[in-house]
Design a protein around this ligand. Structure first.
Ligand code: BF8
Length: 641
């Protein structure tokens, strides 16, 4: 595998070459030796029962009117592709929402004061979300309105939040946070989620052999589950994390493998839940722990992150980003990682094999995510003794510092960044003179300095050149005055490229966007956090609607979504809740319905008539960006601006 062909990132190229010299395989090598299944990636392989797999590739002489392809049971290509698509939504929604549930459980423990490690930190945010969960924040007594006790509110919020996963009757409470017009569209189409778990379970039922055989009806269920993810599990995860750990505000940090330090104990935190990473951050700053590291000959402790947990601790504490999804093996190849601590999601099983070639301790921490390899150490993390667990992990890393055996080789590349944005800080920077609205942002959209808003998010995919699509799409957008909100691995890619600095505006932006960024002092690409924080993009769009002048629903806004290098089921769930929230969304890399053109047309064209948003696919990053810009222009025209 040619390192230069695998990634645009110099630091990654150096580490891929290093791995090859050492005879250690990485995903970049496996991408060459392992070819994808051409039928599976068209979405038309059904393996939902023991009569299959029934494989229905698109014939070379495909003729839509005479498409007689069917499985043993008679399932059409459309049915099979729709079943597979919504099973991906189920997987993604389950992952985000189960993460949210974990946070809600810790939140409830904190509200009940059963744990010392976690406390309600951001009471302002608590009071803001309480009414959306039906919890009163004031009480009337003798004709006077009094503030309710904060501990009582926290307890009721925790209980109401947990109920969102399994309540009987009613509907997802947060659905009403969407603009009223959006909520009415969901209601009219019968896609308001009942509770989070039920929608995921119902996907598994409907896609079982012999149940739902109408791709439109299957998608209706996919929509319910996706909305339950975006406006439910993910949004609750974001909100409750903010209450427990603090709402992010802009801060400075750095990104890329060069953040590792040869003379420090390096602990790389990889995964998704801040429940774990927050405690490691606390422990690693304790003076006695830093002293302990020094007693072992290190100058200190360097924490850094991979994947979304990196974004979580960056946003709230400024902990530097070590790398994206595709750099997880490369971090260990530096020989400088004393411990890699993982929890859930996006963790390559091969990190244990790579760690085995070095002194690196690979520590799994979550009961639902263990590894079969003997060198993977499992230290189960539990909110009731979180601080002790975190200390055990950090001490294990420190003790391992002196065991470094291979030559340490850390690439020098790292970029300065400004991160930590959110709905609240965008309001602060781009609100009106009277706080509480997005007036200045809307004003700049109406006067054309800002052409529109793009949410560019999502993974890396080893099947395409690492970060190439991310960076090309984002640069093309900002060059054309489209401000970018980013999360997940796209945010890390942009960070590594230097796009998360206010100074980058002068270099890469069109004149209108550059002027706004320079006046306000913000980067043209705003880092909004991890993948569950895509819920912040939904709420930011809702704030834009509320601020007025740009229509009365999200689907009226000059806004578009993108995931240039997606790969996970979570990305499909995100894409679908963004689409059904009214936003045109383009995916790159591959699209998993290519073998069923009729169903694909439903996603790409007909959904627009129902939800005002639709899917699209474009592998070429420049064309990809222009599809988004054209859509933004179409919406501007409709608004008469
Ligand atoms: O949840 S962007 S590769 S790290 S799935 Fe995974 Fe994709 Fe990265 Fe975060 Ni999101």
């Amino acid at each position: 595998a040619d390192p230069v062909a695998a990634t645009i990132d110099k630091a990654s190229q150096q580490m891929i070459r290093r791995a090859q010299e050492l005879g250690i395989d990485t995903c970049f090598d496996r991408n060459v030796t392992l070819k994808p299944c051409n039928i599976g990636n068209q979405g038309t392989c059904c393996k939902n029962c023991g009569m299959g797999p029934c494989r229905l590739p698109l014939p070379k002489d495909y003729d839509e009117k005479n498409d007689n392809r069917k499985g043993i049971c008679g399932a059409s290509a459309n049915t099979i592709a729709a079943r597979n698509f919504i099973r991906m939504i189920a997987g993604g929604a389950a992952a985000h929402s189960d993460h949210g549930r974990g946070v809600a459980e810790v939140f409830l423990s904190a509200a009940r004061k059963e744990t010392d490690a976690y406390r309600i930190k951001d009471t302002r945010k608590l009071l803001e979300i309480a009414p959306h969960l039906g919890v009163e924040t004031t009480v009337e007594k003798d004709g006077e309105v009094l503030d309710r006790d904060i501990d009582e509110i926290a307890l009721e919020v925790g209980e109401a939040a947990i109920a969102e996963w399994g309540k009987v009757g009613g509907e997802l409470s947060y659905a009403k946070r969407a603009p009223e017009a959006r909520y009415e569209i969901w209601k009219k189409n019968g896609v308001l989620p009942r509770n989070i778990d039920r929608e995921i379970v119902e996907i598994m039922h409907r896609t079982h052999i012999g149940v739902d055989q109408d791709y439109k009806n299957l998608m209706k269920q996919g929509t319910r589950a996706a909305i339950a993810d975006g406006w439910g599990g993910s949004m609750l995860a974001t909100d409750l994390q903010d209450v427990l750990f603090g709402t992010p505000y802009p801060l400075a940090s750095e990104a890329n493998l060069g953040v590792l330090k040869a003379d420090h104990v390096n602990i790389v935190i990889h995964g998704h839940e801040p429940i774990l990473s927050e405690m490691i951050v606390v422990v690693a700053q304790k003076p006695e722990i830093v002293e302990y590291a020094k007693s072992k000959g290190a100058k200190g402790i360097q924490l850094s992150g991979i994947c979304c947990t990196a974004n979580e601790i960056l946003q709230r504490h400024g902990v530097p980003l070590c790398g994206t999804f595709l750099q997880q093996e490369l971090a260990i190849i530096t020989g400088a990682v004393d411990a890699m601590v993982v929890d859930i999601q996006c963790i390559f099983q091969n990190v244990a094999n790579v760690a085995n070639c070095f002194h690196t301790k690979l520590i799994t921490t979550h009961p639902i995510a263990k590894m079969e390899q003997d060198n993977a150490i499992h230290i189960e993390f539990d909110e009731h003794h979180a601080m002790e667990d975190a200390e055990k992990i950090v001490r294990m890393a420190i003790d391992n510092y002196e065991n470094r055996k291979a030559e340490v080789m850390i690439p020098h590349q790292k970029s300065p960044i400004v991160a930590g944005f959110g709905v609240e800080s965008i309001e602060y920077h781009l609100g009106g003179t009277f706080r509480g609205t997005y007036y200045t942002l809307n004003d700049n959209i109406i006067n054309g300095r800002i052409r529109g808003i793009a949410g560019v998010v999502g993974c890396n995919n080893a099947r395409v050149k690492h970060n190439e699509g991310h960076i090309a799409v984002v640069k093309e957008l900002i060059k054309n005055d489209v401000i970018v909100l980013t999360t997940g691995c796209n945010a890390i890619a942009c960070a590594m490229e230097g796009l998360l600095t206010p100074e980058s505006a002068a270099v890469y932006c069109g004149p209108g966007l550059a002027e706004v960024c320079e006046t306000v002092g913000i980067p043209p690409v705003l880092h909004l956090g991890s993948c569950v924080d895509n819920s912040r993009i939904l709420l930011a769009a809702t704030e834009v609607v509320k601020a007025g002048g740009l229509g009365n629903d999200i689907s009226d806004l000059p806004v578009a979504g993108s995931a240039p290098e997606w790969m996970s089921e979570k990305a499909i769930s995100i894409g679908h809740y963004v689409v059904t929230s009214g936003i045109y969304t383009v995916f790159g890399a591959v699209f998993p319905t290519a073998g069923a053109p009729v169903f694909q047309r439903y996603l790409f064209e007909e959904l627009e008539k129902i939800y005002g948003g639709m899917w699209d696919f474009e592998a070429d990053p420049i064309k990809h960006a222009w599809k988004m810009i054209d859509h933004i222009d179409k919406k501007r025209k409709a608004l008469g601006i």
